[in-house]
Write a protein that binds this ligand. Structure first.
Ligand code: COA
Length: 382
C-alpha cells in the first residue's frame, strides 16, 4: 500500500441554504478544494450522499457532479452508508490511492435536506424498516432509547447529556462554517423542548444543507500541491446489527469499537496518541457512547467527560472542536468529510480560535443510523 495524504479542502457553510441547490453546494466545495491545491484534473471522484433520491429526487450523482465540475468522463460514483456516507467516501478515496489505482482523487460529501418536507421519514429509512421504522419510531426515538439504557446502566443524567451540547455550541460559536454560532447555557439546554424524552431540542443535531470535499493523493506527490500535507494513517470500517433489539447492549456501540480497533491497528497508534477527535454526535448521547467505544475514555465514564471539561478546547482531549454535528450542522452525506476537514485544519495549525496546541495525531469517527455502520480515520501531521 502507498502512503496517502490530504492536500487540500473545501467546504460550504452548513445551514438552511435556501439559495443553493445540491449541485451548487457540491460545486462550491469541490472547486475550493481543487483551487487550493491548484489541481486541474482528477482521476476519480467519490461522493458521499445518503438520500438525494428522496430529499431532492436526484439519483446517479457520480456523473451528474463530475459533469458539474467540468470533468465529465472521470471515474465517479456515489457512496452510501446513511450518515456515514461521507466517511466511507473518504475511505474509498484512500483505498483508491493507496492501491495505486489512481493518483488524484476527490472525496466529497453533499446533502440538501431542507428542501424536503419528509426529512424525518427519509432519515428513518436508515433504521431497520421491518423491526423499527414501520412501527413509527424515528432517529430521535432510537437515540432516546440508547440514552435511557446508558442512564440505567451507568447513572448518566440529563445534565450529563446537556453538558455535551453546551460544549459543542461553545466550539461551534468559533467556527465560521457552523450552522449555529451561538453559545447555549446548561439551563437553555435543560429547558429546551422535549423531542423524544430524555432528548430535548438542544440535544439534537439539526437538519442541514452543505457540502465538503478533500483532495487525496499519494504522500510522495503531496509537495506538488501543498507544503503541509496531512497523512491518512488509517481507515477502519465496521458494521453491527441494525435493529437495537438485535444488539447485546444498546448502551455500547460495537461497530464503533470494531472500526476503531481496525484503524488503531493500521495506524500503529492507540487511543492515548490522539490529540484531537471529531466524533459523530448526532444526539448528545451519541458523543458519550462514541468516546467510550473509541477507547478515548473508560467504558461507563463518557457521561462525565464534557461536564469535567476533559473534551472541551483546552481540556485533556478536545472532542468536536468544529462544534460537532450539534452546532456545526449535519447535512448527513457531507458530515464525514467535514469531520476530516476539521482535523486537516487542526493538524496544519489553521484552526484559528479553535486550534488545539501542538496537535499531531487526530481521529474522525462517522456512523450510520443508530450506529450500525461506523468508519474511523486516523490522521498525522507530516
Ligand atoms: N438545535 C438547535 N436549534 C434547532 C435545532 C437543533 N437541533 N433544530 C431546529 N432548531 C431551531 C431552528 O433554527 C428554529 O429556530 P428559529 O425559530 O429561531 O428559526 C427552531 O429551532 C425551530 O426549528 P424547526 O425546524 O421547526 O424544528 P423542528 O422541531 O422541526 O426540528 C428536530 C427539530 C430536533 C426534530 C430536528 O432538528 C431533527 O429532526 N433533528 C435530528 C436530525 C437527525 O435525526 N439526523 C440524523 C441523525 S442519525
Amino acid at each position: 500500500m502507498r502512503d496517502v495524504a490530504i492536500v487540500a479542502a473545501g467546504m460550504t457553510r452548513f445551514g438552511e441554504l435556501w439559495d443553493a441547490s445540491l449541485r451548487d453546494l457540491f460545486a462550491e466545495a469541490a472547486t475550493e478544494a481543487l483551487k487550493n491545491a491548484k489541481a486541474d484534473h482528477l482521476d476519480a471522484l467519490f461522493v458521499g450522499n445518503m438520500s438525494a433520491g428522496q430529499f431532492v429526487g436526484q439519483e446517479h450523482l457520480g456523473p451528474l457532479l463530475a459533469d458539474e465540475l467540468g470533468m465529465a468522463g472521470v471515474a465517479a460514483a456515489r457512496v452510501e452508508s446513511a450518515c456515514a456516507s461521507g466517511g466511507v467516501a473518504l475511505r474509498s478515496a484512500f483505498i483508491e490511492v493507496a492501491s495505486g489505482a489512481s493518483d488524484v482523487v476527490l472525496a466529497a460529501g453533499v446533502e440538501k435536506m431542507t428542501d424536503s418536507t419528509e426529512v424525518t421519514e427519509v432519515l428513518a429509512t436508515a433504521s431497520d424498516q421491518e423491526l423499527e421504522a414501520y412501527h413509527g419510531i424515528t432517529f430521535p426515538g432510537l437515540y432516546a432509547m440508547i440514552a435511557r439504557a446508558h442512564m440505567e446502566r451507568w447513572g448518566t443524567t440529563e445534565e450529563d447529556l446537556s453538558w455535551v451540547s453546551v460544549k459543542n455550541h461553545k466550539h461551534g460559536a468559533l467556527n465560521p462554517k457552523a450552522q449555529f454560532r451561538s453559545a447555549v447555557s446548561l439551563d437553555d439546554v435543560m429547558r429546551s423542548s422535549p423531542v423524544a424524552e430524555p432528548l430535548r431540542l438542544l440535544h439534537c443535531s439539526p437538519v442541514s444543507d452543505g457540502a465538503a470535499a478533500v483532495l487525496v493523493v499519494p504522500l510522495a506527490d503531496a509537495k506538488r500541491y501543498t507544503d503541509r500535507p496531512v497523512r491518512i494513517a488509517a481507515s477502519g470500517l465496521a458494521t453491527g446489527p441494525m435493529a437495537l433489539a438485535s444488539r447485546k447492549d444498546i448502551a455500547f456501540l460495537d461497530a464503533v469499537e470494531a472500526s476503531a480497533r481496525r484503524a488503531y491497528k493500521m495506524a500503529g497508534h492507540g487511543p492515548a496518541d490522539i490529540n484531537v477527535a471529531e466524533v459523530h454526535d448526532c444526539f448528545a448521547i451519541a458523543e458519550i457512547c462514541a468516546i467510550e467505544a473509541l477507547g478515548l475514555v473508560e467504558r461507563g465514564t463518557g457521561n462525565a467527560a464534557a461536564r469535567k471539561g476533559d473534551t472541551a478546547l483546552g481540556g485533556r482531549l478536545p472532542v468536536n472542536t468544529s462544534g460537532g454535528l450539534k452546532a456545526k450542522g449535519h447535512p448527513v452525506g457531507a458530515t464525514g468529510i467535514a469531520q476530516a476537514i476539521e482535523i486537516f485544519e487542526q493538524l496544519r495549525g489553521e484552526a484559528g480560535a479553535r486550534q488545539v496546541a501542538d496537535a499531531r495525531v487526530g481521529l474522525t469517527q462517522n456512523m450510520g443510523g443508530s450506529g450500525a455502520s461506523s468508519v474511523v480515520h486516523i490522521f498525522e501531521r507530516v
